[in-house]
Design a protein around this ligand. Structure first.
Ligand SMILES: NC(=O)C1=CN([C@@H]2O[C@H](COP(=O)(O)OP(=O)(O)OC[C@H]3O[C@@H](n4cnc5c(N)ncnc54)[C@H](OP(=O)(O)O)[C@@H]3O)[C@@H](O)[C@H]2O)C=CC1
Ligand SMILES: CC(=O)N[C@@H](CCC(=O)OP(=O)(O)O)C(=O)O
Length: 323
């Protein structure tokens, strides 16, 4: 892509709220290196007044973090606002933007609008065909992205609920101190939590229109998560047919890779794609186990937000994403 190509000739201005957080930080790096996007503002209460380049080596401009409230954010005149705030904090920002700048695109990283049909649910590989005039984009959860991509190719062949065992690095728990991001409590440990009713269980079940039972855990590593999905099938399937089905389903998807072997979570940190593999078949061939790994901060959050921004602006979906 050259500097003067039609795609990049109109530069778009992006503001990020929650810019100190794990996801905000990843998105800053991606936007800073993007050929058609400019960072217009970054907001963090804790870092207000500090230069962005002091915290983000990938950024070389003069931006300084601000502490912007909802009205300030809505008044910035940007093309898109990305909300990278903890769950439950988006509404005042969305209300201010709806009132003052309704034409501004909003990408919300939290779970706050994932069950709201006024918002487009942006998991491009599965939902890009459902895009329409809505300028409100709800970015899927990290585990929820991996689970949906691991199940979707066999969605129509399922018999009964799917069980998913998940293990995440502790960056998934954000920066607000809790047991789930406490290195002492996590040392040599695997911490189960929300073993029924996790928001991503509801999110995936709703999106796939099929019950999914999800059992999450958090582990001592920083980033990357793995899902082991147990799929009960109506009809027997051969391993080679299962692999072929997944390969066909994702043949044109640069951010989904299908492999024969079960992927390891240690290999996905820093990568922008989801890796799906394993394909173990039971003796009666009516149970298939697949494993999916994803970097929770990238394809599980920031990379997916960038796919959604690219689509919103009519750019190539993977522009600015190293694939
Ligand atoms: N971590 C992950 O793997 C994933 C996270 N997500 C979602 O993305 C969002 C961000 O996650 P993550 O980066 O991990 O979170 P962090 O806890 O790392 O960062 C949250 C950011 O929001 C700011 N913030 C917190 N409360 C408020 C508030 N009331 N008003 C304004 N700013 C506030 C924080 O503080 P300050 O203002 O001081 O900078 C910080 O900048 C969450 O909704 C999370 O669920 C989605 C997928 C994966
Ligand atoms: C390890 C850990 O705690 N992970 C987070 C998931 C992060 C994420 O995707 O969260 P949202 O759905 O809130 O956006 C959790 O289970 O809540």
């Amino acid at each position: 892509m050259t500097e003067h190509s039609p795609q990049t000739s109109t530069r778009r201005r992006i503001g990020i709220v929650g810019a100190r957080g794990h996801v905000g930080s990843e998105l800053i790096r991606l936007v800073a290196a993007h050929p058609a996007l400019d960072l217009a503002f970054v907001s963090s209460r804790e870092r207000a007044g500090q230069r962005l380049d002091a915290h983000e080596p990938g950024y070389s401009g003069d931006l300084v973090y601000g502490s912007l409230g909802p009205q300030d954010v809505a008044g910035q005149g940007v093309d898109a606002v990305v909300l990278a705030l903890p769950n439950g904090k988006a509404a005042p920002f969305v209300e201010a933007i709806d009132g003052m700048a309704p034409g501004t695109w909003v990408v919300d990283l939290s779970a706050d609008y994932r069950f709201d049909d006024r918002w487009y649910y942006g998991l491009p590989e599965l939902t890009r065909d459902r895009r329409d005039a809505r300028r409100r984009i709800s970015n899927p959860g990290c585990y929820a992205t991996a689970m949906q991509l691991a199940i979707a190719p066999l969605r129509d062949a399922l018999d009964g609920p799917v069980q998913c065992f998940g293990v995440s690095g502790y960056s998934g728990a954000g920066t607000t101190p809790s047991d789930k991001n406490d290195p002492d409590k996590l040392r040599d440990n695997l911490m189960p939590y929300a073993l029924t009713g996790h928001v991503h269980e509801r999110e995936v079940s709703r999106q796939l229109g099929h019950p999914v039972e999800f059992m999450p855990h958090v582990a001592p590593h920083f980033r990357g998560l793995t899902i082991t999905a147990n799929l009960h099938l109506r009809d027997p399937i051969e391993r080679s047919a299962a692999v072929a089905r997944y390969r066909g389903f994702y043949a044109d998807e640069p951010l989904v890779r299908v492999a024969e072997d079960a992927p390891w979570v240690s290999a996905i940190a820093g990568a922008h794609h989801v890796e799906i593999g394993g394909f173990a078949v039971s003796e009666d061939a009516r149970r298939l186990v697949v494993v999916a790994t994803i970097d929770n901060l990238l394809k599980g959050a920031a990379t997916q937000a960038l796919q959604n921004l690219n689509l919103a602006f009519g750019l190539d979906e993977t522009l600015g994403i190293p694939v």
